[in-house]
Design a protein. Sequence first.
Length: 521
Amino acid sequence: MDRVQIFDTTLRDGEQAPGISLNAAEKLEIAQQLARLGVDVIEAGFPIASPGDFEAVQTIAREVEGPIITGLARAQAPDIEAAFGAVRDAARPRIHTFISTSDIHIKYQMQNTREDVLAQARAAVAHAKSFVEDVEFSPMDATRADLDFTAEVIAIALAEGATVINVPDTVGYTTPQEYAAFLTGLYERVPGLRDVTLSTHCHDDLGLAVANSYAGVQVGARQVECAINGLGERAGNASLEEFVMLLHTRGDVAGLETGINTREIARTSRMVSRLTGYVIQPNKAIVGRNAFAHESGIHQDGVLKERTTFEIMDATTVGLEGNDIVLGKHSGRHALRAALEELGFTVDGAALNTAFKRFKEIADKKKQVTAMDLEALVTDELRTEVPGYTMEWFDVEASTRRPPHATVAVGRPDGETVEGSFTGDGPIDAIFHAINSATGVDARLKEFRVDAVTGGQDALGEVSVVLELGGQSASGQGVDADILAAAARAYVRALSNVCEKVRVAEATTDPRESEMPLTGP
Ligand code: KIV
Ligand code: ZN
C-alpha cells in the first residue's frame, strides 16, 4: 500500500487554541508520546514567537528521536533564522515557512501586493534552504486564493528547493470536491509538484477537515497535517486519530496506510486532553468515551453475539481496551517502575520517589490502581514542575447548616508560604477564594470541570480549571482520590500558568500580534 506521512501540529497549531498554555516539560512529554505513536513529522512550535517557544522547540529537536522536527516561520529572515536555531540539532530538521496567496490576506492582512508575495516566497525558501535540506512551503489561505497565482508562487518555492508543498485550507472553507480539484489544478499547472511531497492542512470550521484531507490524499497528497483530538485554531485541525483510523479501517477503498501505531492513539489523546485542559466530547469519533459504547438493546445484543454487527473497529486497535495493568497497595517501587515503563513512561530517581509517594497515597484509598490511574498520576506529577505557586495544605469546614469556610497555605515562587481564608458558597468556592486571598492574585474562575479517571466508586477524580487574569487565560489540572484536593491542586496550577502568561505578555511583543498577525492559520 501507498504510505501517507502524518505531520502532527498539536504543539503548534493545536497550541494556538485559546486557553492552552503548555510548559516546556509538558511539550516534551507530548512530543515523546507522538514519537511513540509513530508520527512522521512533529511541528514543535513557532520559535520566533517567544523565548519559551524557541526553547521548547529546541529541547524537542535535541531529545526526541524518530520523527522529523520542524518549526514554523513566516516568510521573513528573522523567523527563518529562529526556526533554524531551534531545529538545527534534530537528527532530521525541517523549516516550515509560509505566506498567504489569497487576495483577501494580501490586501487586508499583509497590505502588500502579489509581486511582494512572489519576492518574499522566493527569498524565504532560498534563505531556509541555505540552512537545511528539508524545507516546507505553505501558501496560506490557498483555498480562497486564485489558483493560477498560487501555482505561480508554488513554482517559485520549488525552484528555490522546497521539498514539501503544503496547501492550507486556513479558514476551513473548502469542500472535498473543491479541494481535490484545487490540488489537481496545481498538479496540472506545476509539473515539478509531482517530484516533491504534496501536503494537506485543513481546518474544521465546517466540520470537513478530515473529509477534505481524505479528498487530498485521493488526488495525490502524501502528507496530512493534523492534530491530536483535532486541536487547533478556532474549530481546530483535521483530527489525527480520525484520519488515521479512516485509512486503517477503509484500506480497502483508500489503498493507503500510515506508520502510526494505532494502539497508542487513546493514550496520546488522553495525555493531550489532560495537559491542555481540552475535554474530549463523549461522542467524539475514535477516542470519545462512547465511541465504542452501545446503548440500545438491539445493538448490545448484536455485539454480544458478534462484535462486527455494530462495530467497524475494535477498541483494542486504538488502545481503548486491553491494558490490564493493576497494582495494589502492597505493590513496591519496582513494580511501579515496571508498570510505568510498560506504559511508556521512564521515571527514575527523585521523580520515581515522588511518583511512588503519590501512588501509595492513592493505593491506600483505592483498592486497585489501573493503567489509566497510573497515567493520570504520572501526568499529574509532571504538572508539579510548573514553576510558580504550590499547594501546601488546606482545611475546609463544610456543613449544610453553615456556609463552608476554608483556610489554605500556598507556597509562593520565592519560597515563602502564605496563608489565607475565606467563607464561600461551597467548599470548592471557599478554597479557591482562600487561595486568591493568600496569594493576593485576583484571578477569575472561567471554567471548572470534574471527571472520573476510571469507572467505579473509588475512581480518581480529575479536575480542570480555567482562570482569567489581566486579559490572559490559562488552565490547570489536578488528580486525586479526594476531589477537594484535586480541585485545589488544579486551581494553584492554573494560577501559576496564568501569572506566567501575564508576565510573558508584558515582557514580550508576540510577533503574532505585530504587523503580520498570525491569528487564523
Ligand atoms: O492554517 C494555516 O494556514 C496554517 C499555516 C501556517 C500552515 O496553519
Ligand atoms: Zn492552520
